[in-house]
Ligand binder design. Structure first.
Ligand SMILES: Cc1cc2nc3c(=O)[nH]c(=O)nc-3n(C[C@H](O)[C@H](O)[C@H](O)COP(=O)(O)OP(=O)(O)OC[C@H]3O[C@@H](n4cnc5c(N)ncnc54)[C@H](O)[C@@H]3O)c2cc1C
Length: 511
């Protein structure tokens, strides 16, 4: 067990703490930030809204673990209710429940950030040491043969038949036990999430972490950050303590939905009127195909390979990941029918393969407070809908080339393709309307846009808000555009980069 202060440990109703820095959120951005600041000799307090759940308590049952480890018990959706928006809410944040896939930010994305948003500091050369640092610390490696499961081998077979380019995924695991339960948390600590890496390292260096503690307000004075107020609640929701942290440096890393909400609640740093705007999320769907052979797609490493052929926006702007999934996810991602049709669908579950689509979407959504409640506004832009269809089409063709008997498209109403000739007519029928596709976002991003122009961006190129001195953001909300690939490495690298800027400035001031 880590030395983390939880609601059950707290005796005082009011607590006041002083620190050099307070970090809001203990996920990808928060954990790396806390470690780097503590390593530089700063006193650091981390406040995390979610519970501390040691891996020994993970039971490998996805519904139970969603309830325990995910935001809104896994039920967070957009306002229309046709997009599940998944985020972790626990010590370690989304890194505890993620699929371990790692990508560096693509060159063409960084180039766009330089050209359109004035982020001339974020070149591949400048970020390379940060990628290397986090990849080494998190045991990132290219999947070995034994980490390519039967589900991914189907994807590879189809790609090879069609001459389509694919690659092995990289993942942050150590001696993966290949149980396929990544999204329910890794019971054996092989996933190198923040829960088992940067958080314990930060604690060892003197940082303290309060779990069950939600920051409710960021305090500023004359345009300078001063600290935060937070509330610790027990599992029933009863308030146990009010905590105030006075700190010269405030870093918000509460994720792409909660960070803008906290800024809006605090009424700060919004002279650009961009707080909560420019939300993107890589809307994903899963194409399911039935084969003669047994696949057991939930067995083995969860994610083995991906199709990179269409990754560049000029070539399509999407990737397809060979992501295995269990019976529950498969029944959710496709319309399984009811009664006899449902039984028939489920009885063949071991013969299914799945492919996950990720598109390079435009930043058309926004997060706002509506009567004090969170509201996630996002619908696929008309400009992105053809990309979504192209991704579904490519996945279906790869499956048929691999020998699929039939393919299920992830539509709200049932769409079963008995052969490739059914594909065109089925896609032609799809209009960009609400509740057309079954979609989920694993990658919310972009609501606290980083950019050089303070009238168009909330956060400056060094991670500090344009409006408030010593108030930083270090999470996925920084991305000024969607990045197409799985984002954890980009978040870690940006957070590490911003942390070095903070410690360098501090050293200069103290000298
Ligand atoms: C199911 C799933 C699968 C994924 N798979 C992958 C993958 O394979 N590869 C990949 O690269 N990415 C993946 N991701 C995404 C990746 O994990 C995230 O992009 C990354 O963790 C985002 O980092 P963050 O710091 O922005 O937020 P998070 O890691 O989500 O951390 C934010 C933390 O802040 C806390 N918080 C929120 N509000 C407050 C508040 N007011 N006060 C205090 N604390 C607060 C939250 O509880 C949370 O713990 C996946 C995500 C999910 C949900």
């Amino acid at each position: 067990m880590l030395n983390i202060i939880q609601a059950k440990d707290i005796k005082d109703r009011k607590i006041v703490l002083d620190a050099d820095a307070v970090v809001i959120g203990s996920g990808a951005g928060g954990a790396v930030m806390a470690y780097k600041l503590a390593k530089a000799g700063m006193s650091v307090v981390i406040l995390e809204a979610g519970p501390y759940v040691p891996s020994s308590e993970f039971n490998e049952e996805l519904p139970d673990m969603m309830e325990l480890l995910y935001e809104d018990g896994g039920a967070q959706t957009n306002k229309d209710g046709d997009l599940g928006v998944l985020q972790g809410r626990c010590v370690g944040g989304s890194t505890v429940v993620n699929g371990c896939v790692t990508f560096r930010t693509p060159d063409f994305v960084l180039e766009q950030w330089q050209q359109e948003f004035g982020l001339n500091n974020l070149t591949m050369e400048a970020l390379r040491p940060y990628y290397e640092e986090v990849e080494k610390n998190l045991s990132v490696h290219e999947n070995q043969d034994y980490e390519i499961n039967a589900n991914s081998r189907i994807q590879i077979r189809g790609c090879d038949k069609l001459g389509i380019s694919w690659k092995r995924l990289h993942r942050n695991t150590r001696a993966c036990a290949m149980t396929g339960h990544c999204l329910a948390g890794c019971k054996t600590d092989r996933k190198q999430s923040m829960l088992v890496t940067y958080i314990p390292w930060a604690l060892e260096l003197g940082a303290s972490l309060y779990a069950d503690t939600k920051v409710t307000k960021i305090h500023t004075e004359a345009g300078v950050a001063k600290g935060v107020s937070a509330r610790t609640s027990d599992a029933s929701g009863a308030v146990v303590a009010d905590i105030k942290v006075n700190a010269a440096i405030v870093v918000c890393a509460a994720g792409a939905i909660q960070t803008p909400l906290l800024f809006l609640e605090s009424g700060i740093a919004n002279s650009s009127a961009q707080v909560g705007k420019n939300f993107a999320c890589h809307p994903s769907s899963a194409v399911v195909a039935e084969f003669e052979e047994d696949i057991h797609p939930w067995r083995g490493a969860l994610l083995g390979s991906y199709v990179d052929e269409y990754m560049h926006p000029d070539k399509g702007g999407f990737i397809l990941e060979g992501g295995g999934s269990g019976p529950i996810e498969m029944a959710l991602s496709t319309e399984p029918g009811t009664g006899a049709a449902h039984l028939d669908f489920m009885s063949k579950i071991k013969n299914y393969a799945t492919m996950v689509t990720l598109i390079h979407d435009h930043n058309v959504g926004h997060i706002r407070l509506n009567a004090g409640k969170k509201e996630i506004n996002y619908a696929i832009a008309d400009i992105d809908f053809p990309t979504m269809k192209k991704a579904l089409s490519a996945a279906a063709k790869i499956f048929f080339a691999a020998g699929a008997k039939r393919v299920y498209l992830p539509t709200v109403s049932r769409t079963v393709l008995e052969s490739e000739s059914d594909l065109g007519p089925a896609l032609d029928k799809l209009e960009n309307e609400v509740h057309t596709l079954r979609m989920v976002s694993y990658h919310p991003q972009g609501t606290m846009r980083m950019g050089a122009d303070k009238s168009a961006a909330v956060v400056s190129p060094n991670g500090e808000t344009h409006d408030i001195k010593n108030l930083y953001v270090a999470d996925a909300s920084l991305f000024p555009s969607s990045i197409i690939v799985n984002p954890q490495i980009t978040v870690y690298a940006l957070s590490a980069y911003i942390a070095d800027g903070i410690t360098h400035d501090r050293a200069t001031t103290l000298a």
